[in-house]
Write a protein that binds this ligand. Structure first.
Ligand SMILES: NC(=O)c1ccc[n+]([C@@H]2O[C@H](COP(=O)([O-])OP(=O)(O)OC[C@H]3O[C@@H](n4cnc5c(N)ncnc54)[C@H](OP(=O)(O)O)[C@@H]3O)[C@@H](O)[C@H]2O)c1
Length: 305
């Protein structure tokens, strides 16, 4: 059973490849990347490392040839070219005769969700439902890693976490658990036309995250609840472009202001308040908590404090 992994040189793709190498013969692993040299170590272990670029659809026929299952990792071009890229990948997978496409989507997607970053996930899910190949949607929650490694250390350094998410809640999940679920659905049978909500073990507000940071760091940290307009004004003041088309080259944060504010609005309005047991059902183990992920990154928290 040959398994394609796209975006294989990224954080998610490499970890998926590592786990898959323990589950399937290396020769059955097809790793797609725009930078094959970055995956030379995997080629040495016997994996098929192939060049493929969703921006060059002609490269994808050879890239996907012989693949039976595919892990389609959403690209990082949020609000930009992502939908066109996913269209190219899906069309090529259909033409190559792939029999299952597992896609890294996001929890709470749907037409009513105001978060700009979910729009392309909703549209990609629709393309997959219509393409005729069995799909598996991995609706990942927000990564706890991003909170532990960036949001909380950044807030501790500033003394406050400014947020318009209010007391809305989200079940932050370890990326490691998302990867383990993705690997499970492409390496075991029975996941065709299934939707999984990949969440952590508890719904938390950002205020809860702040309380945890105070407890673990021993430093004071305020939760500064602001409106969407105030949050957008803050992003304006530090030079974050509102939209991706305004140019992100000089932005201090890699996401546009309107997108981040719309994400917090979606939390506040409850669109991401999804809690499931799918991680345990797919992996056989309980998902990591934010506390566990913070403890794995405790040096970052203490350094920022
Ligand atoms: N749930 C969450 O909180 C959360 C947070 C962050 C990201 N995400 C999603 O999860 C995805 C994976 O995260 P990550 O940390 O692994 O991101 P990453 O390290 O930035 O990897 C993104 C991958 O997208 C691939 N890609 C970009 N443009 C492409 C193109 N034109 N053709 C083919 N592949 C292309 C890249 O593949 P190559 O460079 O190997 O070609 C890269 O490996 C992200 O892209 C994003 O959609 C979710």
């Amino acid at each position: 059973m040959s398994i394609i992994v796209t975006g294989a040189s990224g954080n998610f793709g490499r970890k998926a490849a590592d786990l898959l190498l323990d589950k399937v013969p290396a020769s059955e692993l097809i790793l797609i990347t725009r930078r094959p040299a970055a995956l030379a170590a995997y080629a040495e272990r016997g994996a098929q490392v192939r060049y493929g670029d969703f921006d060059e659809p002609a490269s994808l026929a050879a890239a996907f040839a012989g693949g039976q299952r595919m892990l389609l990792i959403s690209t990082d071009q949020v609000g930009g070219e992502r939908l066109r890229q996913h269209r190219a990948a899906i069309d090529a997978a259909v033409a190559a005769g792939v029999q299952q496409i597992a896609y890294t989507s996001f929890i709470g997607v749907g037409p009513d969700n105001p978060a700009i970053s979910t729009v392309e996930h909703t549209a990609t899910e629709a393309m997959l439902r219509a393409c005729g190949v069995p799909y598996t949607f991995l609706r990942d929650s927000q990564y706890a890693d991003a909170i532990a490694q960036f949001a909380l250390p950044g807030a501790l350094a500033m003394g406050a976490w400014m947020s318009s998410a209010g007391d809305g809640r989200i079940a932050l999940v370890a990326r490691e658990d998302c990867v383990a679920c993705a690997v499970a659905v492409v390496s075991t049978p029975g996941h065709e036309n299934k939707i999984y909500d990949i969440t952590g073990p508890e719904l938390l507000s950002y205020r809860d995250c702040v309380a945890l940071a105070v407890e673990l760091s021993g430093r004071p940290l305020a939760y500064d609840a602001v409106t969407d307009e105030q949050k957008l004004a803050f992003f304006d003041s530090i030079g974050v472009p509102r939209r991706i088309e305004d140019g992100m080259e000089n932005s201090p944060i890699p996401w546009p202001g309107e997108e981040m504010v719309s994400f917090e609005r979606a939390i506040r309005e409850g669109h991401f308040a999804v809690l499931s047991d799918h991680v345990e059902r797919l992996t056989g183990r309980k998902p990591k908590s934010l506390r566990q992920v913070c403890m794995e990154n405790i040096d970052k928290l203490r350094l920022a404090a």
